[in-house]
Design a protein around this ligand. Structure first.
Ligand code: KIV
Length: 262
């Protein structure tokens, strides 16, 4: 088994697993110093491409951004979202997962669940492809953003789904927008680590979309803590640059290129 995956598995019940998303090298390089897992999420649809949902993200988008992220990742586990439609059936899933691995040299792929996808996970794992599951609010299959697992019946369904995903051989599972008690129950009953987003601290690890926690995306539901307000920092810099250019203060002689000197 991949050593990085083994070390993630060993963290269960010992230390919290830190995960964030990246779509390009420069951010990935910073995350790599601190994160156990860097995810190239299909959230790039909203964050980078200004789309209303993740449905139009293609294999090409995912591959290109992962190739960039890979250049910044050395120690973290690099996980890649499989786009909607790319794992519709076993054969297609295997073909596309293999292509992602071949072209990006990532460590694992992530698949969202729609109650049946444990069958696909099983097939991929049998082909030695490491897989992360994803249950609860799964944007590729659900339209309305809402809390999952808020009734006994729904908790049971989530628990069953998590069990099937674990049995299929996934090495971890994302719990998105799952009620705290349900997240607690799933985490307690799984042998693989659970990674929460909007699912309370009752998970083995946490993930956020990096642009959200940096205050860049404009998407700030209650579960997102803004660790910076980068939008303000960037605006201040752009405003100063604009003023300098207009007032002939930039570039100055020290920014001129003389001869071959950079
Ligand atoms: O696409 C993504 O960024 C994700 C995380 C929110 C888990 O799937």
């Amino acid at each position: 088994m991949n050593k990085k995956i083994l070390s993630i598995l060993k963290k269960k019940n010992k230390s919290k697993i830190v995960c964030l998303t990246a779509y390009s090298k420069n951010i990935a390089k910073i995350l790599d110093k601190y994160c156990d897992i860097v995810l190239v999420g299909d959230s790039m649809a909203n964050v980078l491409y200004g789309l209303k949902d993740t449905h139009k993200i293609q294999m090409e988008n995912i591959i290109q951004h992962t190739q960039s992220v890979k250049k910044g990742v050395k120690r973290s586990l690099l996980v890649v979202d499989m786009p909607k439609g790319s794992y519709k059936n076993k054969k297609l899933a295997k073909k596309n997962a293999k292509l992602i691995f071949k072209l990006t040299k990532c460590d694992a792929v992530k698949l969202e669940s729609n109650n049946k996808n444990h069958i696909i996970i099983d097939e991929l794992v049998k082909s030695n492809i490491p897989v992360m599951g994803h249950i609860g609010f799964t944007p590729q299959f659900k339209k309305k953003f809402k809390i999952e697992g808020d009734t006994k019946k729904k908790v049971k369904k989530l628990l069953d789904e998590a069990r099937l995903i674990e049995k299929a051989g996934a090495f971890s599972i994302v719990l998105e927008c799952i009620a705290p008690n349900a997240a607690k129950l799933i985490t307690k009953n799984s042998r693989i680590p659970t990674i929460g987003i909007g699912s309370s601290s009752n998970c083995d690890g946490q993930i956020l979309v990096t642009d959200d926690m940096l205050g860049m995306s404009g998407f700030y539901p209650k579960f997102v803590k803004k660790y910076a307000l980068l939008n303000r920092v960037i605006e201040k810099a752009v405003k100063k640059y604009t003023r300098d250019v207009k007032q002939h203060k930039f570039p100055t002689k020290k920014n001129f290129l003389n001869g071959s000197k950079f």
